[in-house]
Design a protein around this ligand. Sequence first.
Ligand code: IMP
Length: 194
Amino acid sequence: MPDSTRTLKIFFATNNIHKYNEVNAIFKQHTFFQLKFLKTPLVEIQSSNLEEIAIFSLKKCSRIIKNTPIFVEDSGLFIKHLNGFPGPYSAYIFKTIGLKGIIALMKEIEDREAYFQSSIALKIENKINIFTGQVRGQIAQDISDTGWGYDPIFIPESDGIHTFGELGIKKNFISHRFLATLKLIKFLNKYSAD
Ligand code: IMP
């Protein structure tokens, strides 16, 4: 467990408390950095590339933050049978057709392969760095009772039975966000050694 007396601050700008909680749990175990929740809606451009979207959001929301490192995260669910849909449009699709709509689009489809991607854009010492994590899996036949966002319909390959939602806290240590966050922390820990 990192020593809290040597804590350095970093902002995570997001409007999503679930994302903050997941990332904060990983930070607490792996780094000296103390995560600060900068609650803000992000401006997202239309792009097929999550990394580009994250960089744009970061540039917008980091204008007022001068000397503290700051990062944003953009994620999406990419379904092979739907040519990567909803991908960068995951937030909009979630709000419109929702999980029921996705399950309907996948009705009687055998190839249920999908992946989740998380792309983190970090600004530190006036430079932007990107960290990406992906997790392969399958779209479930039904919507599970637990989990936020697309968690109730995504079964990670490493489990093969339970959705992210059903995995509860275990999700947080196998997820796309976990993999991206670990890359971020590995990079940040170079700074905390000084
Ligand atoms: P955004 O990264 O906030 O744009 O999220 C895109 C969409 O994917 C939103 O509807 C989120 O709820 C959903 N989402 C992002 N990450 C996850 C996750 O880890 N599990 C489930 N849904 C997610």
